[in-house]
Ligand binder design. Structure first.
Ligand code: SF4
Length: 241
């Protein structure tokens, strides 16, 4: 039985669960587990309840979710571990082992601020796919992430993925008021050599900073122009959604 840590049985805090998604793990029918807490405060974040959770207890017990995986493993291809930021959870790696034990593939979403944890995940082969956010050009990182931490950690995570054999993508949500077309070249350089760079448009709605909730997304032409400028730096630059 895993030791109790961080107020939870498995050392992870679960704040949300989608039993089946065909959108979150490329090519897979996957369950999505949303873990609570994040070091970043991206003003456009759509999961404010996960970013600033009240309390350290699971909204949904991890044991219940593992039971669900066991029951449905013949239907599911894998599990997407999202957040919040999964790498801040003390029990993340053992939890990945428990998912692996059910013969399910794992996709991990991360903001890249914990290269030490990412390195362990990559070295152990516990994840089949990593999706890492690249928020903005370096000089805009504090604005886009709301984070005052050491940007070198994000750079280190980018380097780790670029040197890894694990499948991965970098992805950016383009946000009016944060990004401009001039960012496409420097952001392309930041992820140069990646097999896949995914661009997503900002969606108005329930955002961490209320100031962003009513903003209009970029027009499609902006995303296409951004994609074209960044295209030389990655194997593929794709607009998603
Ligand atoms: S969008 Fe930003 S604040 Fe929200 S979960 Fe992701 S990294 Fe954290």
């Amino acid at each position: 039985m895993p030791k109790k840590a961080g107020g939870t049985m498995y050392g992870i805090c679960i704040g949300g669960y989608i039993p089946t998604s065909f959108l979150d793990f490329p090519g897979s029918a996957a369950a999505v587990v949303f873990l609570k807490g994040c070091q970043f405060r991206c003003p456009f974040c759509h999961n404010p309840e996960l970013v600033t959770p009240k309390g350290e207890t699971d909204l949904i017990p991890a044991g219940q979710i593992l039971d669900d995986f066991r029951k449905r493993k013949n239907f599911l291809d894998g599990v997407c571990i999202s957040g919040g930021e999964p790498t801040i959870q003390p029990g993340l790696l053992p939890f990945l082992d428990l998912i692996r034990a059910e013969d399910l593939k794992i996709k991990l979403d991360t903001n890249g601020a914990r290269p030490d944890v990412l390195e362990q995940v990559l070295a152990s082969g516990k994840a089949d796919y990593i999706a890492m956010d690249v928020k903005a050009p370096w000089e805009k990182y504090p604005l886009a992430s709301g984070w005052g931490g050491n940007i070198e950690s994000v750079k280190e995570s980018i380097s780790l993925l670029l040197g890894s054999k694990t499948a991965f993508e970098f992805r950016t949500t383009l946000v009016p008021g944060i990004h401009s077309l001039e960012d496409a070249n420097p952001m392309g350089r930041m992820i140069e050599g990646a097999p896949l760079y995914v661009l997503q448009n900002f969606r108005p709605g329930h955002t961490l900073s209320p100031e962003f909730s009513g903003r209009d997304p970029f027009p499609p032409e902006f995303l296409e122009a951004f994609r074209e400028t960044a295209a030389p730096f990655a194997g593929e630059v794709r607009i998603r959604g």
